[in-house]
Design a protein around this ligand. Sequence first.
Ligand code: JFZ
Length: 491
Amino acid sequence: MKTRSVFPFVLLCLSALAFALLDGCATRQMGCGGSCCTVCAVSKAPELTPLPPILPAPASQDEKMAWFREAKYGLFIHWGLYCQPAGEWKGKPVAGIGEWIMNRAQIPVTEYEGLAKTFNPVQFDAEAWVQMAQDAGMKYIVITSKHHEGFAMYHSAVSPYNIYDATPFHRDPIRELAQACAKHGIKFGFYYSQSQDWHEPGGMGNTWDFGPDDAKDKDGAYDKYLQEKAEPQVAELLQNYGPVCLMWFDTARVMNVNNRGQRFVDLVHKYQPACLIDGRLGVKGDYSSTGDNVIPSEGEQGDWEVPATVNHTWGFKKDDTDWKAAGDILFKLVDVASKGGNYLLNVGPTSAGVVPAECKSNLLTVGRWLKVNGEAVYGAGRSPFGDEFGDFSTKLKDANGKPVYLEFTDWRCTTKPGKLYFTVFRMPRGGFQLPDFKNEIKKAYVLSDPEQADLSITTTNDIRQIAIPREKQNSMANTIVVEIAGDQVER
Ligand code: JFZ
């Protein structure tokens, strides 16, 4: 009697066990593509294959910058323990950007560390993230390898406070991403918070556990942290993940003494001479970084990049769903490109390891436009005009009595030798009015038109106007290619 009633249960257990052994997961969930199981919380890592070799030293700075100048558009990823509280601590919303929650709520290290014990992003799929970046038209990915919280999102031998050793996830997502990026031909780089580390007594920023920062600077704790954690971790990143396209340092604090900044530069040059350094290390890098979401109002010389958010935070916050619309992202990308810069647009994946659906969908909409019109962006040069960026109002004045700068958003111009790309965001009824230039026009056509059918140009009082047939118009933006005599515009 007793044996009989237990028997079905034993059978069930055995079959579940067999299934688990075969599949790596007892009760595979629908919709996770087989990469995870949210019920038994066991994730499946892809098979690791060798990474490509590190790139040789470029022959010149121009050669070093070539991929960056071509790329124009990159994906920034802020992912760390902070995506779990997601902007809320002990049931209360915490103001400010999500990845700053430890600081904003002054959470003690011992308490914050607890987040690692439950961090298990079982739906993480490197392949899916990289595929998304590619479909979005992005050419490089920069991910937070360690943000200010001090937690390494890769398998670090320097500190056990890392995703591989300290979480039930027990995987190295950075290694998996490096592999997927290599497969898809996407450049891969790292954000690394070199100065701020709220987990370490000598790191900058954690004043609630470890006292004022200037004491750490003066008593040697900061240098100890830099030499025993930050520098060795940067060295790990440069040695263990294949070619690193750039190192994105941030929020520099007293980097100019004791060769602090220079030592990071030296590490990059030593291990990966082709790797770029951003503009926030505190000593000179390879290009400059603007303020967050700050797009200059005019064209700028040199190499530069705008780090930007898709909502109002970098790290995931559950209550921030105010996503930039696809048309807005596209305008900003073309705007930045027409001013000579790169656009590094951020997503904050959730603690499950997924990019929020609506945000992803907006990025993919831009990607579909770029698939057809990318020639106007990738590798394209600055606008030779400038009047299209905006002008000072003749009527509106700011609080200091100065005229208000009004941005114009009707069109932007990018260039390649002998070609002007006019990306028109608001098409006037009568057609697009070309800015004044002397070159003869050889041909004009809509970039998305596979036939490249000639567009007719009408000239009235020296003003040249181009109309696009309605059936060839796209609701977000239309690029008119104008082929000119000579390589450059003459005004
Ligand atoms: C920093 C970080 O503190 C933040 O969490 C995020 O990672 C962001 C990309 O970078 O914040 C900054 C750094 C510099 C400026 C603004 C925000 N800045 O120069 O304007």
